[in-house]
Write a protein that binds this ligand. Structure first.
Ligand SMILES: [Zn+2]
Length: 140
């Protein structure tokens, strides 16, 4: 099936440009090139052979090799071979997680700072906690 560039971009960025099976990095312009670095194609999470559709919610980007290895198997099994249990997060989802980490760090820092140094410690603790929370590495 031929996909429009717009559709390919949408599918590619669902996982922030990572293979949904092994989480490796994909290269957008190497779409459909099995031997190119980051070569990828559109993968049907539920295979067409098992009734999967061409709707966007069933389409994810995957290395050509990962897709071929999966064949008509389940996404769950294909990811399990790489120790993965879910698709990589989109950029928006990662930003959301980072924002939550910042808020949690800020809150925890304010409480800890207040306990250690009283009211003056709340602000310092919040700033330190917020910076720490924001810097926590967000997984793919
Ligand atoms: Zn892969």
């Amino acid at each position: 099936m031929a996909y429009s560039t717009e559709r390919l971009l949408y599918i590619f960025f669902k996982t922030d440009g990572n293979c949904h099976i092994c989480h490796g990095v994909l290269t957008f312009h190497n779409y459909g090139l099995p031997y190119a670095r980051g070569g990828w194609e559109v993968e049907h999470s539920v295979p067409r052979a098992r009734g999967g559709t061409d709707r966007l919610n069933n389409l994810l980007p995957a290395h050509v090799s990962c897709n071929r290895r999966k064949r008509d198997g389940s996404t769950w099994q294909a990811r399990a071979l790489h120790g993965k249990t879910r698709a990589p997060y989109s950029r928006e989802k990662k930003a959301q997680i980072r924002g939550n980490n910042t808020v949690h760090g800020l809150t925890a820092g304010a409480v800890a700072g207040g306990l250690v140094a009283g009211p003056a410690g709340v602000l310092v603790g919040a700033v330190v906690g917020g910076i720490f929370g924001h810097s926590v590495r967000v997984p793919k």
